[in-house]
Design a protein around this ligand. Structure first.
Ligand code: CU
Length: 127
């Protein structure tokens, strides 16, 4: 390997370390998923297991979005998801995927919670 190859390898390792840091250390902050932007699929799977993962979903205004709630836990806390801005109150059977379709027409941050407002997430709509 020549000297410049090592620089490339080092830069790649640094990039991998930065990504790992972002997911595992900075991961204390709510994870975000972007859908509908740059031609990506407007579907996001949200794992429900004592919380929502990702807890923040970023979408583009006017994009039709499929939120797929994949409920893994059996706690009564998470059995219902509520999205007040979209008049959604939906039962989530444990061990199943429940699809909620939305088409946000306004930019803003719209929370979703469990039926008791203990578990929290939000949909961030970019204008
Ligand atoms: Cu709850």
């Amino acid at each position: 390997m020549s000297g410049s190859d090592w620089i490339v390898v080092f830069a790649a390792l640094l990039a991998i370390a930065a990504v790992n840091w972002w997911f595992f250390v900075a991961g204390q902050a709510p994870a975000a998923a972007a859908v509908g932007a740059s031609g990506g699929p407007a579907e996001v799977v949200i794992t429900v297991d004592g919380g929502y993962s990702p807890a923040v979903v970023q979408v583009s205004r006017g994009t039709r979005v499929r939120l797929v709630f994949d409920r893994r836990d059996t706690s009564s806390c998470s059995e219902e998801v509520v999205i007040p801005a979209f008049n959604v109150r939906q039962f989530l059977p444990s061990g199943e995927r429940t699809v909620i379709e939305l088409q946000p027409m306004e930019a803003g941050r719209f929370p979703f919670t469990c039926g008791m407002s203990m578990l929290r997430g939000s949909i961030v709509v970019h204008g």
